[in-house]
Every structure is written in C-alpha cells, then in structure tokens.
Design a protein around this ligand. Structure first.
Ligand code: GLY
Ligand code: MN
Ligand code: MN
Length: 444
C-alpha cells in the first residue's frame, strides 16, 4: 500500500514548530467517534490536521507540540492498552506504540490529560490551537488554563495569547510534497479505474446505485477505506442537481448519467467527474454540450502553471462556456456583456475548482492580501467546469432541457504547468463511446 512515510510526519512537525513563535505550545485533538445510531458508530476518519502531523489513526488522542522542551517536543496523549476493549474493538497503540511506531518523544494515557497538560502549558506564552472548530475541546482548553490561573498565587504563569493554528498548518498542507503527490496519484488511479468500471457497466434499466456499487467495488479492491465524499450518481434530470446523492433512480435509455466520485487513500482524496450516455451513444445535443464543457476544461488546464493566479482557470472556463452557449443559441447577446452580467450562471453556477488534498475541498487560502493567490509548484486542485440545463427552463428549446454535464480532473502544479492525476479515464466522446461499445460486445 502506498502511504505517507513516517519520516514525513516528523518533518512536518519540525516545520510547524520552526514557524511557531518562541516559547509556545500547540495542542490538537483527534477526531471524535461519530455515532450513527444508538450504539452503531460511523467508520472512523481521523481529523485531517491531526493526521497530517501524526499519522496516528486512533480517536481519544491529543497531540502536544512543545518546541525546545527538554524531555521531548512531541507529546502524544492516547488510549492505554486494554485487553478487554481490544478484544471487542481492535488493537490500540498504547503509549509504547505511540513512541515506537508513531515517533512520539513522550506519551501519556489520555485519562491523565487533566493532570499533566496544565503543567505542560504553564510558563508558555502562547497556545496554538484550532480555535472554534471543536467547541468541546475549546472548553477543555479553557479548563486547563483555569487550572494554571488558579495557581497564579503560587507563581504559576498562564499563557496570555491564543493563536489560531490554521494559518500555519493550512498553508503547509496546501503545498504537496513528493510523497503526498504519490499518494494522491494512487487515489486518482483507483478512482479512474472505478469510473471506467461504471462506464462499462452502464445499461438502461439499471439503477444509479448499480453504478455506485461498481465504484465502491473498485475503491475497496484498491485498498481505499472509503470514498472521499458521498458519491454522486445522477442520471437524466438528476444530473442538474449539483450535490445529488439519492442515487436510486432508474437509468433511462437516451439519458446521460453524471458520476462525481473519488476514493481516499491514507486520508488523501481524489475527486473525479465523468458524464456519459446511459446507452453508450451521445445524442447530438448531449454531444454539443459535452464537447463545450470539455473545451472549457482544456482551456482551464492551459491556465494552470506557476505564476498564473487562482482565478485564471475559472475565467477561461467562463469565457469558453459563455461563447459556446451563444453559438448553440442557449444565450443571446454579446459574449463580454453576458460575462459581465453573469448571464452564464443560469447554466454554470459553480466555480471551476477547489484545492484538493486530505480534505476534498482542501484547506488553504484562495486570496492573499485581497488578490487571487498565485499558483506554485505542489499545489493540488480540481478542474471541474459544467453546464446544467434545468429541466424546467422554459427559455430554451425543449431538446436541451435536463442535460447536465460536468467533467472533473485533479491536477498538481508543476514547474512546466500541471500534471493531470486523473487522466486514466476516457474523456473524449469517441473514447467514451468506444469503451462502452467494447464493454457491450464483451458482455453479449
Ligand atoms: N465532489 C464535490 C466537488 O466536486 O467539489
Ligand atoms: Mn467532484
Ligand atoms: Mn470537486
């Protein structure tokens, strides 16, 4: 299995600590276990920031980073070994494992955190934490601070500054290392295979969930624990619902199906959308819209390179899509004016992409100092233009209504431009029709 090597977690912690102000401490909790219903839990997914700094996969844990601490800078609070609980729920690293396998300098039982952590905070001027994102943890933090305050008459010094960790950490996460790109390539490869399998399985009379099952099969077979987000399998008019997730309608002859799905490998997401005809042949209208979206995506790729800014790719898609909609008679007027008045938003109402990484909509600022961020090597993003013609749009000829097309790929900025991670799924009309025709011949 391709994964982030242990040494990289250590590098990340050191890089973060090097950016922290002198005499400070950083504290981050693991994700809580989420209850699904009664005593059934959701599949556990570690918090992305916590994972980024530790690779530690368990709940009920807290990372503490204390630059310059004599007895070790990386302290991990985690669950103790417990043969009875491990019999039911699985192995735990325990404190020994935290040190041996996860590189902690020092580890304590999570049940001792109230006794130990105030002593680690005491005397530090600043506390870095993800303030506001976990109210329960914020409350605990204040309790620990109050323990120190209550001892002020004994000379204890509470910190006097709280700093949001996000700025430092999320900026680090925005730049992907070689190891991260390798993991993202693997997630992309498996997701590409999943889309191909769904294309090959597509037949009128099946359901949207039939294709979702094909995706899930490839995700799990490839070693992904779960999809990076709820898979969207949207046939016919459902393709015009941007975050459709019901996935239970019948696939009808003559309709398109839009699939937006990607798996997660070692907590790194992939995010692919393909749209194809259920029966394997595009109608003239479907083909016209599809090829317009594809042309806009190609124009966007050309705008992704170091020194180009974040919005240039989006602007390129708006330009191509608006001009194309005029050419097809779906919009009327002057292209520049239609762009200025945002008339294209009736058909293309979202942005061309987002940062991609441990979170599908990854962290990182899109603007810096009020200006669009300039792209740099190692930034990963999606490119996902779309056109959605509402089934209820009375302004356009009937033949166009209910067509929804999105095409989405994942890219990493390179010195020369960008590397497309998800290029393994067919994309041109000819390629898709050929793949689907071959699958039919094989099946018959
Ligand atoms: N799958 C959500 C998105 O494409 O942004
Ligand atoms: Mn997507
Ligand atoms: Mn996306």
């Amino acid at each position: 299995m391709i994964h982030i090597p242990k040494a990289e977690y250590s590098r990340r912690r050191k890089a973060l600590m090097a950016q922290m102000e002198p005499n400070s401490i950083a504290i981050l909790p693991a994700a809580a276990v989420a209850i699904r219903n009664r005593d059934v839990e959701h599949v556990y997914r570690q918090d992305s920031d916590f994972q980024y700094l530790s690779g530690f996969p368990e709940p009920q844990a807290v990372i503490v980073l204390i630059p310059g601490r004599e007895h070790g800078e990386y302290v991990l609070f985690c669950r103790e070994r417990n043969p009875e609980r491990e019999l039911w729920d699985g192995l735990r690293a325990g404190q020994e494992g935290a040190i041996r396998d996860y590189g902690a300098d020092d580890a304590f039982p999570i049940t001792d955190i109230d006794d130990i952590l105030p002593g680690l905070i005491e005397g530090r001027d600043r506390v870095y934490s993800a303030m506001g994102s976990n109210p329960e943890f914020d409350r605990h933090l204040m309790e620990w601070i109050n323990v120190i305050r209550s001892k002020a008459h004994l000379g204890a010094q509470p910190p006097n500054e709280f700093v949001a960790l996000d700025h430092l950490l999320h900026d680090m996460r925005l730049y992907k290392s070689a190891a991260e790109v390798k993991v993202m390539r693997e997630a992309a490869r498996i997701s590409a295979q999943a889309h191909i399998r769904a294309m090959q399985a597509s037949r009128p009379g099946l359901h949207e969930f039939s294709l979702e099952a094909e995706l899930d099969y490839e995700f799990r077979k490839g070693g992904a624990k779960m999809p990076a987000y709820g898979s969207i399998v949207a046939a016919g008019r459902n393709s015009c619902i941007l975050h459709y997730q019901q996935n239970d309608a019948v696939l009808k002859d003559g309709d398109l199906v839009l699939i937006d799905a990607g798996c997660e490998i070692d907590c790194y997401a992939s995010d692919i959308t393909r749209t194809w005809p259920v029966n394997g042949r595009f109608s003239p209208e479907q083909k016209a819209i599809y090829e317009l979206v594809l042309a806009s995506q190609e124009a966007a790729f050309a705008q992704i390179a170091p020194n180009k800014h974040w919005n240039q790719a989006h602007e390129a898609t708006v330009q191509v899509i608006t001009a194309g909609l005029v050419r097809l008679g779906l919009l009327e007027g002057d292209v520049d004016q239609l762009i200025a008045s945002e008339a294209y938003k009736t058909f293309y109402m979202h942005r061309a992409g987002h940062w991609l990484g441990m979170d599908v909509h990854d962290v990182g600022e899109y603007r810096v100092g009020g200006e669009w961020r300039v792209l740099e090597v190692g930034m990963a993003l999606t490119v996902e233009p779309g056109i959605y013609i509402s089934p209820d749009n009375q302004q356009v000829a009937k033949k166009w209504r209910g067509i929804g097309v999105r095409i989405e790929d994942d890219v990493v900025v390179t010195k020369q431009g960008c590397e497309i991670l998800t290029g393994g799924v067919p994309k041109s009309v000819a390629e898709i029709e050929a793949l689907m025709a071959a699958a039919r011949v094989q099946a018959s």
